[in-house]
Design a protein around this ligand. Sequence first.
Ligand code: CA
Length: 227
Amino acid sequence: MPPVKALIVEDERKTAAFLAKGLHENGFVADVAEDGETALLLIRQSEYDIIILDVMLPGADGWSVMKDLRRRNDATPVLFLTARDAVADRVRGLEMGADDYLVKPFAFSELLARMRSILRRGTGRQSHILSVADLQVDIPRHKATRHGRQLDLTPKEFLLLSLMARRAGEVLSRTLIAEQVWDINFEPTANVVEVHIRRLRSKVDDPFETKLIHTVRGIGYVLERRA
Ligand code: CA
């Protein structure tokens, strides 16, 4: 099998070099673009298996790159990097067809895990509709249904559910959830996660016989179908 080819779009040189080095060490081929224009040029010239896209770029920003990509029906998976305080960006990026995001700063091992999970899922539009049992989360349309019935979710609840659906079967710690959905990563605020999980359960699970959101004691939560 040929090595996986990744494009890193990142204007911070140190970060870009660090990511490229890490990917090389893990058997990837990686190119670096330091701005949006260069990224678009490289994407047109060669095929990438995955694009790691920083949103904040000089000139054409990450959104323009993604818009251009999707306009040309290029379904290359995109993992975008977002700033800690830019929660709204996460919903926006997913709506625009990104496959996942990471909040800066992140551990390199986390990046690798996210990349592998995206690559395992394969490319194509259908990957933006996530299914777990009779639950469907339609990321581009910002809609979730169970058993064909539409769930009335707030934007935060949708972001939380889409995180859990993207990582179905994976136990997500409260800290990780807080960081991915709210930008908070301190113990006293863990309650926020619990409150939202409870609300989400009341909509996603309570009206249905099969429960999909499960508590893993002392760790966090997992979305999955259990026999
Ligand atoms: Ca940047």
